[in-house]
Ligand binder design. Structure first.
Ligand SMILES: NC(=O)c1ccc[n+]([C@@H]2O[C@H](COP(=O)([O-])OP(=O)(O)OC[C@H]3O[C@@H](n4cnc5c(N)ncnc54)[C@H](O)[C@@H]3O)[C@@H](O)[C@H]2O)c1
Length: 453
């Protein structure tokens, strides 16, 4: 098929590369000419494992191309995917300006019948608004062509986006006429060869399913985090409780890890948008509000624990942070818990030495002043950032942080204190290694003696 994907971000770029991988001819339209130039040279502007190699292969084969010209991108495309951002607006609702702008532009440029598929996460009723805007402009131009609208929300996860796209748990296709279901069933058939998991429904149900999925996952996280806070008061280890409840099939093992809060480009904004949607419908979204409030609190816990540990005395302190991206496997810093911690530490005048395997360039862009003043030092080496530190905060559980050389770390730190924001370490083992260990919802273990260094 000939496909156009509008928006070369985490979703658009991965979708375009994966559709090309299955032999489709894909043109990806991106409004940022800098991004287009980078992409045309085979370099991904975002970090996603395996993406660079796919881009290079399909640019070379001619299956994939990039442009900043919408008219060029949509030429001959039978299916046009819209994968532009839908960030939070000021009141928390989804800001649809990018989606609606694309609709207007399509209405002004389309010359042929096609299926327009919305992949961006959008509130119920958006596809109808998009159709109306396209059709208004087509009629004004005297074009009698039929445009069919479909909703195909995306469920990929940053860090394993290609794998998720190539082998999806399910593909949801919303359309109010059979044509959309038929076209997308054909397009997705190679991705679903071993299991029939294409779920067809109406436009509005598809749009809502995406929000409900993200809100449910966020709820699981906030629930376990609330349990963790109670565990901390009751001298119970939340990790034992997690194992205890996760073995129940009705609960399951996923998304019940206590930690320093969820971030990213989806959960926070999608929970907010759903809250706003409920308010607009005159409904009180009590659960969603609690989920959001708990998450905001959770993001402050590491700083609170550190303040308690230093008894509010910050002068001359050096703090190391491991992991800045909102989760492992990505360079995405949107709403990352690390940002809340970093801002709080910089505000009290602490010196921060932070490490992340891929997100330091993105962080450097935001914290230029702190870097220039010497208050913040960034590195990709976990050992260099713990040198002379009074505490190490594990914020993002990248694989390279899972089994470090603790004896070496102990020797490098001024005070061997470890705050484990993702509960990935064995508390007992760390205490035996001479660390003071504190996790989320776990009893503190160990004593802290200054290292000989
Ligand atoms: N990031 C994820 O993990 C993820 C997962 C599932 C769904 N989603 C949803 O998918 C949508 C896209 O998310 P993302 O993370 O890929 O966003 P993103 O911000 O990474 O990318 C959006 C891209 O669209 C481009 N763009 C905006 N307006 C444009 C226009 N008029 N023409 C061409 N390009 C334009 C931007 O320049 C940007 O490169 C959002 O609605 C998001 O909620 C994201």
């Amino acid at each position: 098929m000939r496909i156009c994907v509008i928006g070369a971000g985490y979703v658009g770029l991965v979708s375009a590369a994966c559709f090309a991988e299955m032999g489709n001819r894909v043109s990806c339209v991106e409004r940022d000419p800098g991004r287009v130039a980078r992409l045309a040279s085979g370099q991904s502007p975002i970090y996603e494992p395996g993406l660079d190699a796919m881009l290079q292969a399909h640019l070379a084969s001619g299956q994939l191309s990039f442009t900043d010209q919408l008219d060029e991108g949509i030429k001959q495309a039978g299916v046009i995917f819209v994968a532009v951002g839908t960030p939070s607006g000021e009141d928390g609702s989804a800001d649809l300006s990018h989606v609606l702008k694309v609709a207007d532009e399509l209405g002004l440029l389309l010359e042929h019948e096609c299926l327009v598929v919305n992949k961006s996460t959008v509130p119920v009723g958006t596809a109808e608004r998009v159709a109306q805007r396209i059709n208004n402009r087509l009629s004004a131009r005297g074009k009698g062509i039929v445009i069919t609208l479909a909703s195909n929300p995306e469920f990929l996860k940053e860090g394993s986006a290609i794998e998720d796209f190539m082998r999806p748990d399910r593909v949801i296709v919303g359309c109010d006429v059979p044509l959309g279901h038929d076209i997308l069933r054909r397009l997705y058939a190679p991705f679903l060869r071993n299991h029939e998991r294409l779920l067809c429904m109406g436009l509005r149900a598809a749009e809502f399913s995406k929000y409900a999925a993200n809100a449910f996952l966020a709820t699981k996280i906030s629930f376990i985090n609330e349990m963790a806070s109670l565990c901390a008061r009751l001298n119970v280890d939340i990790e034992d409780v997690r194992r205890g409840i996760g073995s129940d099939k009705r609960i399951g093992t996923h998304f019940i890890y206590a930690g320093c809060g969820y971030g990213g480009s989806c959960f926070p904004k999608d929970v907010r948008a759903l809250i706003r949607c409920a308010e607009q419908e005159g409904m009180e979204p009590g659960i969603l509000r609690a989920v959001e409030a708990r998450n905001a609190l959770q993001k402050t816990l590491l700083f609170q624990a550190l303040r308690e540990h230093f008894t509010g005395y910050w002068q001359g302190r050096v703090v190391a942070i491991w992991g800045l991206a909102f989760k492992p496997g990505t360079d995405d810093l949107r709403e990352a818990p690390s940002i809340v911690l970093l801002d709080a530490l910089l505000a009290v005048g602490v010196r921060v030495q932070a490490c992340d395997p891929v997100a330091t360039p993105a962080l450097a862009e935001r914290y230029g002043a702190a870097i220039s003043s010497g208050q913040l030092r960034l590195s990709t080496s976990p050992y260099s950032v713990v040198e002379g530190a009074d505490a190490l905060m594990l914020v993002t559980e990248w694989k390279q942080f899972r089994q470090p050389d603790f004896a070496r770390i102990r020797g490098l730190m001024r005070m061997p204190v470890l705050f484990d924001g993702r509960n990935i370490y064995d508390a007992q083992h760390l205490a035996e290694q001479g660390f003071l260990y504190r996790g989320i919802g776990r009893p503190a273990l160990g004593h802290c003696k200054a290292s000989a260094a």
